[in-house]
Design a protein around this ligand. Sequence first.
Ligand code: NDP
Ligand code: 2IT
Length: 444
Amino acid sequence: MSYVDEVIDRVVKENPSEPEFHQAVKEVLESLRPVVEANEESFRKDAVLERIVNPERQIKFRVPWVDDKGQVQVNTGYRVQFNSAIGPYKGGLRLHPSVNLGIIKFLGFEQIFKNSLTGLPIGGGKGGSDFDPKGKSDREVMAFCQSFMTELSKYIGADTDVPAGDIGTGAREIGYMFGQYKRLRGVFEGVLTGKGLTYGGSLARTEATGYGLLYITEELMKCHGQSLEGKTIVVSGAGNVATYAIQKAHQLGAKVVTCSDSTGWVYDPDGIDVAALKEIKEVKRARLTEYKNYRPNSEYHEGKGVWTVKCDIALPCATQNELDLDDAKALVANGVIAVAEGANMPTTLEATEYLQKNGVFFLPGKAANAGGVATSALEMSQNSERLSWSFDEVDAKLKGIMVGVYHNIDEAAKKYGFEGNYVVGANIAGFEKVVTAMNAQGIV
Ligand code: NDP
Ligand code: 2IT
């Protein structure tokens, strides 16, 4: 059996009930075949792949907090410190009822290669909890965040592990967590990114993932003799990534006609109104059913459906496995040119394969959504030098990084004979840097 197949088998056997982690490992290791086959003997001897698929450390803890009725609630917290070969662990905290160890491990695993692709010195990690911020009062969210950080603070620090936002963790949650860390540890340091602008946050971090997604998509189109001007785009999600992806798409001359949340989706033939979306989601924390009150010309549909809308470009920006084979078929039938992942692993393996086989340009999340974590690394730099850069300075750096990521993955794909396969390109380019760093540091 080949070394790759052996390690995939072991991962499945040793980590039962973690299907998302299996999926992420399979996608990466399958793409690495050409590199692994060229180095099979030495990789096997050094157990390179076993070391890549096993986290350096995984922490699981109890998070007790008191709700507004005086009832004690208990959630589970996680932090997976996956790989620190190229820098301190870096990656977000997801707060969603679906969170479990397998989901955090898939996200942490992806983060290793994504962070490597940014070209910045950040290792891979991820964390979170099965706590659901939806429907909770601000005081309840604060109580949870303080309890979560009371335990997490033992394992993180500006030079060891720097968490950030992800699903369910936005500016409010980061603020409460930062305050508790500072109180417990007595230091004001850049231990979290995505902080508020008054206490060490970076301009453009809020916008960075969505903006970065459009910068890399723009570069992809440009390199294929096309542009975003006049293109119709469908977006899923209505959170941080989706909102700023829509905003930048409009600035670049495209029209985004959909967005969605976990209960339904909106079709707005005139283009999604970002100001309305922000008010509904960021201020009122309400459902998308409200969108019609702002835009009478729009339609609201229950359930899932954005991928059935005719478009040139599709940007999944909600969650994992939200775009399956049937969705990919619908997109291809409607003539989609490109799919770029704003979310982490939103496209199933079968759907990805179908899109690629049908000539659709496909940018995987670890490249396409790397702008968020890249800008987090820029926030870390600003914190270290105790300075704040202007919006334009950060935005220009972000754009440069995303254009660089595109060319890095494009060239890696070409080098191994997979021109145009950005999944292979991203996995190989991300892996090569991590493995070089691991080898240089010995067996640790
Ligand atoms: P938010 O919490 O701001 O928004 C998430 C959006 O996705 C919401 O509209 C939410 O709907 C929807 N959603 C979440 N879970 C589900 C689900 N199970 N089914 C359907 N819809 C769902 O998160 P972000 O925008 O920050 O994150 C979105 C994706 O982007 C995630 O995959 C995240 O890992 C990834 N990402 C985020 C980065 C960042 O900087 N924030 C960076 C790189 C990647 P509802 O409100 O109804 O739950
Ligand atoms: O998935 C991701 O890259 C994030 N949620 C952002 C991580 C970060 O450290 O900014």
